[in-house]
Structures are given as structure tokens and as C-alpha cells.
Design a protein around this ligand. Structure first.
Ligand SMILES: Nc1nc2c(ncn2[C@@H]2O[C@H](COP(=O)(O)OP(=O)(O)OP(=O)(O)O)[C@@H](O)[C@H]2O)c(=O)[nH]1
Ligand SMILES: *[C@@H]1O[C@H](CO)[C@@H](O)[C@H](O)[C@H]1NC(C)=O
Ligand SMILES: *[C@@H]1O[C@H](CO)[C@@H](O)[C@H](O)[C@H]1NC(C)=O
Ligand SMILES: [Mg+2]
Length: 376
């Protein structure tokens, strides 16, 4: 009897020691580095981190991707893709790259949105590729149609004219719904309300370097709200009165304009005219609560009522960019120089051979768009 008790005591002691060990090792994996002002060629290393979230989720058993390898908590974040069923193989390529270069280490969720119902093939293939949870949403018709204040005849006439001028997507109705949706609605979709951070991914994009750290956590730790990899000049014919509409907005809502903003990025004459610079919004990592803020909603409603999504062909890239540049502080916008990215026809490839080798990049540095005359 006495022998059994001693044996039991021994087991309890061993268990307590084990639990203690576990706590010590999990808390020691938390670095306290602050990346603010870090140069792009010295990106943060892998990290755990004290977020508010739970442990890495166990990956689904059947997706064939390795389990999350970066320990620690996760951010309240998701990938988001707007796509048609016919985009399946192009988005599959994008997903595989994002998973291989980043998400297999973190297992973040992925939300897919569509103005139509996603079919079984789309769901099956994308669910198999994503290491986190996948969710599929249908866009409500009110968010993908002409608002009642739009004059249909006037809009139709514009499409005819733009077709004649051979302006890209100039005669497309769906492209306009897409730009308006990305400008003002995706962040309010019920599936997106569950998250604070998003990373937008389009079909047919490429990631050329390993991303070893949690880019969402980087955004949060450094108080960033919006980010980009490429900036360029917008096609002027698509936005002739956009800047006038922005000026009308700033006149009506001067309190929404931030101190220390980036007006210098948008205008070379202190706001009189727009220089057409914008961040290329097919890549974005950003804060959904900022887009859902009263300031951004007032901005979007103001532009929407001006009618330019339909009477011209305003793109979500200049719309997001102008909002970020005027309503955020300069320090809240981040240039991800270390994220090597391609969307037809432009590449961002980090300079610095040491960085490229270390992160197994496969882009040709000569293709880097930053040096192109079309870059901002
Ligand atoms: N569901 C749905 N998605 C669309 C539709 N049109 C475009 N998209 C999606 O919206 C995003 C942008 O459309 P793209 O066709 O890639 O446009 P793009 O040629 O990249 O446009 P630019 O970057 O402006 O040159 C992609 O994620 C598309 O899958 C549509 O009618 N329905
Ligand atoms: C994630 O963020 C959303 C939006 O801010 C919030 O409603 C939700 O409660 C958050 N979830 C968690 C688990 O913190
Ligand atoms: C800006 O406001 C003026 C005055 O209300 C209006 O005439 C003009 O059409 C507006 N411009 C745009 C692009 O909305
Ligand atoms: Mg695209």
C-alpha cells in the first residue's frame, strides 16, 4: 500500500513538472521585437506572439499541406478573394503560391465571395488547397447592381463611348460592379464581419519569396492599417472627375481628413489636382475595421452618389488609395518591399541579392517595376 502511494506521488510530481515545463517553453518563444521602421531587407523572423487568439488550428487532415510550423497565437485575420466559378484554375494557382510561401506556416482562413453561387468543383478544389478554414459567400444583389440614383441611359451611353475609345473594360457592366463592390462592400459581407484583418488575393498572381513572419501580426504590432507592394499611375480616362468628387467629400467632411496624411503622394500641387498615383489594390493587407469606420463609409457613400462608378469607370485601386492617403496617417500605410509579387503585367521583386537568396526568391530582379517610369 505504502509503495503504491509513493508511486502515485511520484507520478503527480512528474505531471506537475511537465506542465510547468510546457508553460516555460511556450512563453519563452515570444519575442518582443518591435518592427517599426525596420528596413525592408531585414524583415522580421518567425515569431510566436501574444495575440488574443487561440493556438494554431490543426490543419484539416486531407488537404495534403504540412501543418502550421510557426508556434504561437494567430491574428483575427482572413484571406479574401472575389471570384467567378470560371476563375477556379487561376485562383487555384494563386492559392497554392500563397500557401507554399506563407500560409502553410500559419493556416489562416480564406473567404471566397461571388455575385453568383459557387459550384461544388470550386469549393472542393479551393478547400483542398487552403490550410485554414474556407468560407463561401454570395453577394447580396443590392451590393452588385445599379443603385436607384443612377441614370441607366446615361450609364449605357458612357459604355458605348468608352467602347469606341477602346478603354479597357470601358463597356463592361460587371467590371464596374466589381470595382464598386471592392470599393464599398466586401468588408461588410457577413462572412467578413468575423475578422479584423484581410489579405486580398486575385486569380493568377504570384508570390516569389518565402514570407517567414506573420504579415498580419506585423500590421497590428506596427499600427498599420493599409499596405501595398506596387504603386502606379491610373489610366486618366477612367477617372476624369474622381478628384472633384474627393474634393466635394473633403469639403463636406473635413473632420475625416487625418493629420499627417499622405496628400503629397496623391498631389503635386497641394491637393489642387490629382497626379493619378495609386496603390495597386489587387494585393492588399489591411484593417477591416478601418474600412467599416464612419469615415470610410461616408467617403464611399459620397463617391457612390457622385456616380463615377457608372458614369466613368472608377477603379477600387484609386478609391482605396485616396482614402488611405487622406484618412490615415502616413505611418499607418506600409510598403511591403519584402513581399515579392506579380499580377499581370507588373512585378515587384526585392532588391538585394542576400535577401532574395535567403528567402528562396524566384523572381528576376530586372523585372522589378519600381524602376519603371510608370511606377509612382
Ligand atoms: N464574382 C465575380 N468576380 C469578378 C467579376 N469580375 C471580376 N471579378 C473578380 O474581381 C477581381 C478583379 O478582376 P480581374 O478580372 O482580375 O480584373 P483585372 O484585369 O485584374 O483588373 P485590373 O487589375 O484593374 O487590370 C478578380 O478577383 C476577379 O476574379 C465578376 O463579374 N464576378
Ligand atoms: C474578430 O474581429 C471582429 C471584428 O472586429 C470581431 O467582431 C470579432 O469578435 C473578433 N473575433 C475574435 C475571436 O476576437
Ligand atoms: C461637386 O459638388 C458640386 C457642387 O455641389 C457639383 O456641382 C459637382 O457635380 C460635384 N462634383 C462631383 C464630381 O461630384
Ligand atoms: Mg486581376
Amino acid at each position: 500500500m505504502a509503495g503504491t502511494q509513493r508511486y502515485l506521488r511520484y507520478i503527480i510530481f512528474a505531471l506537475v513538472a511537465l506542465i510547468l515545463l510546457f508553460f516555460i517553453s511556450s512563453s519563452s518563444s515570444v519575442p518582443s521585437t518591435n518592427w517599426a521602421g525596420s528596413t525592408p531587407n531585414t524583415p522580421p523572423g518567425p515569431q510566436g506572439g501574444l495575440g488574443q487568439q487561440e493556438k494554431p488550428t490543426t490543419p484539416k487532415p486531407s488537404n495534403g499541406l504540412p501543418p502550421a510550423t510557426v508556434p504561437g497565437s494567430r491574428m483575427n485575420a482572413t484571406f479574401v478573394t472575389l471570384a467567378r466559378n470560371s476563375d477556379i484554375w487561376e485562383i487555384a494557382k494563386s492559392i497554392r503560391q500563397v500557401e507554399d510561401r506563407f500560409n502553410r506556416k500559419f493556416n489562416y482562413d480564406w473567404v471566397f465571395l461571388n455575385d453568383d453561387e459557387f459550384n461544388d468543383e470550386f469549393k472542393k478544389v479551393t478547400t483542398a488547397l487552403v490550410s485554414g478554414k474556407t468560407k463561401y459567400g454570395k453577394i447580396p444583389t443590392e451590393h452588385w447592381s445599379f443603385p436607384n440614383f443612377i441614370d441607366q441611359d446615361r450609364a449605357a451611353k458612357v459604355r458605348e463611348e468608352m467602347k469606341e475609345k477602346k478603354i479597357i473594360y470601358g463597356d463592361s457592366i460587371s467590371y464596374r460592379h466589381m470595382c464598386r463592390y471592392e470599393s464599398g462592400f466586401f468588408f461588410r459581407h457577413p462572412l467578413m464581419l468575423d475578422y479584423e484583418w484581410y489579405w486580398r488575393v486575385e486569380p493568377s498572381v504570384e508570390l516569389y519569396c518565402d514570407i517567414e513572419y506573420d504579415a498580419f501580426k506585423f500590421m497590428a504590432d506596427n499600427k498599420k492599417k493599409y499596405s501595398f507592394t506596387l504603386s502606379l499611375y491610373e489610366y486618366v480616362e477612367t477617372i476624369p472627375t474622381l478628384w472633384d468628387a474627393v474634393k466635394n467629400f473633403t469639403a463636406s467632411y473635413p473632420h475625416h481628413i487625418s493629420e499627417g496624411n499622405s496628400m503629397k503622394f496623391l498631389s503635386d500641387d497641394d491637393g489642387k489636382t490629382y497626379n493619378h498615383c495609386h496603390f495597386w489594390s489587387n494585393f492588399e493587407i489591411g484593417n477591416l475595421n478601418w474600412l467599416r469606420s464612419q469615415a470610410y463609409i461616408d467617403y464611399f457613400n459620397s463617391l457612390d452618389h457622385a456616380g463615377g462608378f457608372f458614369y466613368e469607370r472608377w477603379g477600387d485601386a484609386p478609391v482605396h488609395s485616396i482614402a488611405a492617403a487622406l484618412m490615415l496617417r502616413k505611418e499607418e500605410i506600409h510598403f511591403f518591399n519584402d513581399i515579392a509579387y506579380y499580377h499581370v503585367p507588373f512585378t515587384h521583386c526585392p532588391t538585394g541579392e542576400e535577401y532574395r537568396l535567403k528567402h528562396k526568391c524566384h523572381c528576376n530582379p530586372k523585372d522589378n517595376f519600381d524602376w519603371n517610369g510608370y511606377s509612382c
